[in-house]
Design a protein around this ligand. Sequence first.
Ligand code: MBD
Ligand code: FE
Length: 284
Amino acid sequence: MSDTTLKATAAASGASATERFLSDKTGAPARTADSERVNTLATEVITAVHDVIRRHRVTYDEYNALKSWLISVGQDGEWPLFLDVWVEHVVEEVATAGRRGSKGTIEGPYYVPGAPVLPAVTVLPMRDDESGTPLLFQGQVTGVSGKPLAGAVLEMWQADDDGLYAQFAPGIPEWNLRGTVVADAEGRFGVTTVQPAPYQIPTDGSCGSLIAAAGWHPWRPAHLHLKVSAPGHEPLMTQLYFQGGEYVGDDVASAVKPELVVDPRPAGDGGHQVTYDFVLDPAS
Ligand code: MBD
Ligand code: FE
């Protein structure tokens, strides 16, 4: 990207991600937790922090650096980013441990409900001059018995060829590379899109400064996000990655699983093509 004014700054994408989380009912804080549960979890987290301080003889300078960093995470709006990158994958692991259908993975901070509704064979909304390798992504949604699921819906969202997400980076049409695809009566779909680029955590905010200070890297491998649902079934939150792509083996968000890595083949028109089927568990 040549025009640096079009870069997604930490403060801009963080503010959007925070706003999105707060306005999404499914993201609202659980109000049902009983005090015994809160007591257990809060006590164990705080005790784990005490253990680290004792084990590493944490100094007042380090304590104050932590305090100012935590304040800046909130000021930058980067709590959704921080939590989804470094914590969510374990929550997802615990939440889906009993599943028999397709593996899922984390949602991340950039899902937006209500993307344009599209037919089973479709093109994701994109700019006339959208850059990137064209990708035909097709497959079928079934239950664990193999029964095709009529009425399956695939919500898709992804970064563009610059690694940027519509609604979280400036200058991109609202629903670019976002859609709600309604599969056909056999649960089949065929979506034309472009291959996304790897995603870089903003380097100018508090998550970026943690990454730099710790000597980590800020990258997620290129990925497609999907939320697949069908009546009477557990929704599947997942992502697909590309075989041989950068950072597939070293995702900053620890969200890659072997079952989620696809290997698109040349489609003949200069684009690529991949088939991936989704198996949904029955609603619990
Ligand atoms: C992303 O695009 C993403 O998917 C996650 C989990 C975290 C940050 C950016
Ligand atoms: Fe993402």
